[in-house]
Design a protein around this ligand. Structure first.
Ligand SMILES: [Zn+2]
Length: 304
């Protein structure tokens, strides 16, 4: 039995989820949501008859605050936190993570993410690609899936995948989109990671943003993959023309909004996507990706 727990981030339902898998040895939690919504997740756990104090297994897709911000709270209560090797040191010492997030979110840090504290080293268990953790009768396998972040895992058990952010953001009646965020966006890796997930042939895919994917998982993954390519090319063409971030931010917001509406999102839905995955982040992410990995393709113009 799998439960999608709503963090109600900033009072909005359906934006950021934690996902709970019931086993015969208690709940395994996949992502925690931000620290600011810890009490909401505690209430959601109570709704399914569990308590945060009982949580022993917390699997992180990656360490961005909307996914892992509350991990230290669960660790404090005795949970083991599972994470990709490249994510572990930022959980133990979040200073760099805070610094880079502050560059993006500025004064909104506290309101968005709440308190940030280290996870004690002895509460962390690093998982390499394809490592397995047994919880009760269930074998949960980590699959290294870079592209959105270099330290990203999805988790696979039975016919189910917990997809993290590499598997896309899909809210309400809207289409799937790839969350492009700095500083580790890598388009080629994203494609390979989606192929890895596809290769698992999962019947069910759960997303942190948001919940169970309705319909065919492979159709969903193909749509994410196509949009990774399309958006990367959209940015390449404009960077090549020498457009800077000040021009690209409103242009991409409009481009994304029109794709979301064409894909079935309502006006409120477009605002929800902005809340889950602000469009301006894609601009910095894509500019950095092109100038770092393919500077010649953008004619040597680097946005920063
Ligand atoms: Zn996210």
């Amino acid at each position: 039995m799998i439960h999608v727990l709503d963090t109600l981030q900033l009072g909005r339902p359906g934006i950021i989820a934690a996902t709970a898998l019931e086993t015969d040895q208690g709940i395994a939690l996949f992502d925690t949501g931000p620290e600011s919504t810890f009490d909401n997740i505690a209430a959601e756990l109570a709704r399914i008859g569990a308590r945060s104090e009982e949580m022993r297994h917390v699997f992180l897709s990656h360490i961005h605050f909307d996914h892992a911000g509350a991990a230290w709270r669960f660790a404090e209560l005795g949970a083991t936190v599972y994470v990709h090797p490249r994510g572990a040191r930022h959980l133990i010492d979040p200073a760099k993570l805070v610094e880079s997030a502050t560059r993006i979110f500025g004064d909104d840090m506290q309101q968005l993410w709440g308190r940030i504290s280290p996870v004690p080293k002895d509460r962390i268990q690093v998982l390499e690609d394809r490592d397995i953790v047994r919880v009760g009768g269930i074998e949960i396998r980590a699959i290294a899936t870079p592209g959105h972040a270099s330290h990203h895992h999805v988790y696979h058990w039975d016919d189910t995948v917990f997809g993290g952010d590499i598997a896309g953001v899909r809210l309400g009646s809207g289409p799937p989109i790839p969350p492009f965020v700095p500083p580790e966006l890598h388009v080629e890796s994203w494609h390979e990671s989606l192929e890895k997930i596809e290769g698992l042939q999962p019947a069910r895919l759960y997303l942190p943003h948001f919940g169970l994917v309705a319909g065919s998982v492979s159709t969903h993954l193909e749509a994410v993959d196509a949009r990774v390519r399309d958006w990367a090319a959209w940015f390449r063409d404009r960077l090549c023309r020498g457009e800077d971030e000040a021009q690209l931010i409103p242009a991409f917001a409009a481009h994304e909004a029109s794709e979301l509406r064409a894909g079935g999102a309502t006006a409120d839905g477009v605002a929800d996507y902005e809340a889950a995955d602000p469009s301006y982040m894609a601009v910095t992410a894509a500019a950095r990706y092109w100038s770092k990995y393919h500077p010649k393709e953008i004619g040597g113009h680097a946005a920063h």
